[in-house]
Structures are given as structure tokens and as C-alpha cells.
Design a protein around this ligand. Structure first.
Ligand SMILES: [Ca+2]
Length: 308
């Protein structure tokens, strides 16, 4: 299988995750771009219990490095199969076919190629340094996704080809209005983990968000406030001591109009009336270990709240 011409961005899985995992025979990761992620490793080059070898990683742009390591390799990679180390034929032991000609913003510029297996020639011809990404817009803007490279980027010298952005995503003739289909009402419970974009926190799968760092934010796109009915927002979250501000509701940007501030120890807060369709941001002025499960920016009167 060849994985080609993908842009991976805003994946914040933390130290236990990687952008790509190679786990089969003859897989190729070619001409992809990885940027603005929080990852433990960029690529896993270690089959688990299934056989896997002849891996190719060529002409990619890694505008970041793994927090823990760049390539998750092990002796098993080079035996081709976990648990059978040393018992496979010699040709199979050569797990990596080619890892080269990539552009890598190395975490440690002083030691840019910490390959555990230099005999495999990993990234011998790769460029270590700034790939010269063009970032024209703030990263909470949905249009911030072009991820083009400056004409002088070292990637082009190594054969990287510009990824055709216009051919990524739904086609223009897609037969329904995606915005209408994904619109959410401000009067309904919005699951905290169902965000479009975030920065500085972790998702607890299917449950909520937590491990919030100072200045973290979460974006909920396409929220319909209707004509603006209520003046109190509700939050479903773990209890805590009071005193400090826990979360701010802001309109259209992390530094946008402040609608209301939820103090720690509270479960609801007054908000300004809003109408129309907006992107809603929940911004956290301080770090916190609390778990936010859901919130409802604009509940209808108490008698008509429908729990789910
Ligand atoms: Ca939830």
C-alpha cells in the first residue's frame, strides 16, 4: 500500500501516538506533509504481531519531530516479525527498504539524525532543518489548511511535489450542504469532545476533554444560536473548588468577543445573548485537570431541557 499526498495537521495525540504506522509488507509513505501536531513519534516502523518489511519512507516533509522519537523502530522491525527475531530468512530481516530524501525539522538540531540503525542508511540524503512552510492565517481559522511551501523550500530539491490541496476533501459537486448537515443548535448539549479544532489539551475518547494547559482552547464550528434566547450557559464537568475562572465562551476566535466566564466550582454562568451562526470557542485561562464532558451555550427554559 502507498500512502501519498496527505497533509496531517492538528493531530494532538501526545506521546503514545504517531502520524503513520507501518505494519504490513512493502508499504510506502511518500510525499506527505506532517505539521502542527503533538506526537510521540512521526512514524512507527515496527510491525506488531503481523509480518511486515520492505518499508519505504520517501520525500515527506516532517515539519515537526516526535516528542519521544522520530521513528519507532525495534529489532523486530529488522526481523520482519515480532516474536520471531533471528528466525526469519536473511532477505526478510532487511525490514527497511528505504527511508530517505525527507525534510525533517529535527527536535535536536545538534543531533538531527538519531537513527538507531545507521547501517540501514536511514535519512542519509534527507534535509534536517526548516521546511519553510507558509502559514498565512491563524490556526483556528478553518481555512488555515493550505500548508504550501516556500518556493525555496529544501523539499523541492529532494523531489517533493506540491500536494494538490484543491483535490483534498469533498468535491464541489458533493450533493448536499455539508455546513447545514453538521450545524449544531446552541440549545442542545454539545459534547466537549466533539470539537473541530483544539490546542493545549487532551481528549478522553467518547467522554470529554481534560489535561488542560494554560491558554488552551477548543473550537466548535457552525453553532446556531437562532434568535438568541437564553442568558445562562450550562456545563457538565467534574466538581472542583471555586474561586478562579475556569472557562470562557468566546465568539468566532480564541480572542473573540467574550460571552461569559464560568468560575471554578460553578456549573453555569451568565452569557451575553447571541444570534445567528457562529464558531464558538471555549478558552481556558488556566491549567486544569478537570474533565469537561459537555456544555450547552444557550439552554432553553429549565422545564424543556431534555437530558440525553
Ligand atoms: Ca462528553
Amino acid at each position: 500500500m502507498t500512502v501519498e499526498n496527505n497533509i496531517l495537521y492538528h493531530c494532538h495525540g501526545g506521546d503514545a501516538t504517531g502520524a503513520f504506522m507501518m505494519k504490513n509488507i512493502g508499504e510506502e509513505i511518500v510525499n506527505n506533509l506532517v505539521a502542527d501536531c503533538t506526537l510521540g513519534r512521526v512514524i512507527t516502523l515496527a510491525p506488531f504481531i503481523e509480518p511486515g518489511w520492505d518499508f519505504t519512507v520517501r520525500r515527506n516533509v516532517f515539519a515537526l519531530d516526535g516528542n519521544v522519537m522520530r521513528y519507532d523502530t525495534s529489532g523486530q522491525t529488522f526481523s520482519g516479525m515480532a516474536g520471531t527475531l533471528g528466525s526469519l530468512p536473511a532477505e526478510v530481516k532487511k525490514g527497511i527498504k528505504e527511508v530517505d530524501c525527507n525534510v525533517i525539522a529535527a527536535k535536536d538540531p545538534a543531533k538531527p539524525n538519531p537513527s538507531p540503525y545507521p547501517e540501514n542508511g536511514m535519512d542519509k540524503n534527507s534535509y534536517f532543518g526548516d521546511p519553510l512552510l507558509k502559514r498565512g492565517k491563524p490556526d483556528w481559522d478553518l481555512q488555515y489548511g493550505d500548508y504550501s511551501l516556500a518556493a525555496t523550500s529544501p523539499a523541492f530539491k529532494l523531489g517533493y511535489r506540491t500536494i494538490p490541496i484543491d483535490s483534498i476533501g469533498l468535491r464541489k459537486d458533493f450533493p448536499f450542504d455539508k455546513l447545514a448537515a453538521t450545524r449544531r443548535l446552541a440549545t442542545e448539549k454539545i459534547q466537549a469532545e466533539d470539537y473541530q479544532r483544539m490546542s493545549g489539551l487532551r481528549t478522553v475518547g467518547g467522554l470529554g476533554i481534560n489535561r488542560i494547559s494554560k491558554g488552551a482552547w477548543v473550537k466548535y464550528a457552525n453553532i446556531d444560536f437562532g434568535s438568541g434566547q437564553a442568558s445562562t450557559a450550562e456545563f457538565g464537568l467534574e466538581p472542583s473548588g471555586g474561586g478562579k475562572a475556569f472557562a470562557e465562551l468566546r465568539l468566532d476566535a480564541p480572542n473573540g468577543q467574550l460571552l461569559g466566564t464560568l468560575m471554578a466550582g460553578q456549573k453555569s454562568c451568565p452569557v451575553q445573548k447571541v444570534s445567528g451562526i457562529h464558531n464558538l470557542f471555549v478558552v481556558f485561562p488556566d491549567s486544569s485537570d478537570r474533565l469537561l464532558d459537555w456544555f450547552r451555550p444557550q439552554p432553553t427554559s429549565a422545564g424543556s431541557i431534555k437530558e440525553d
